[in-house]
Ligand binder design. Sequence first.
Ligand code: NI
Length: 183
Amino acid sequence: MAIRPILEAPDPRLKRISAPVERFDDELKSLVADMFETMYDAPGIGLAAVQIDVPLRVVVVDLQDRGEPLHEPAEGEPEPERVPNPRVFINPELLDPSEELSVYAEGCLSVPEIYADVERPARVRLRWHDLDGARHEEELAGMMATCIQHEMDHLDGILFIDHLSRLKRNMVLKKLEKARKAA
Ligand code: NI
């Protein structure tokens, strides 16, 4: 396993359309292991293979079972425990996006330190392959629905900032460039 460098906007390699996975072999397993290691190290909750310069339709997600909190933790009360829940989606396909939309403040490991509200379908049906090539289908809602749509955008060369107005996106890109020059 290895932590791989994450491409950052406006790197043109992030604009590529990722190709479907055809071989469910050891190479794929080691790519996915590297993706998890890279994502946890960053740290982040989702990563598409293209973000580590591998343009294949592979997504990893770990929301660490962050459900909706039942109540605000009282003072001195410990934070709810985060339980690792690694998920792999290969060749994911979106079906039946709901008309109902939800808004989350999104961020992205390829757009560091920028967060912005993005509106997306609140529920989707997802079809995908697992690491062994078996097919799965599941109804997703809440943060998982948003996260998978964000990651699947990466497979088609789209960043969450592409959903913002041109004015806002240009502001973000300038901010990124400034941060890069300062680094
Ligand atoms: Ni992202």
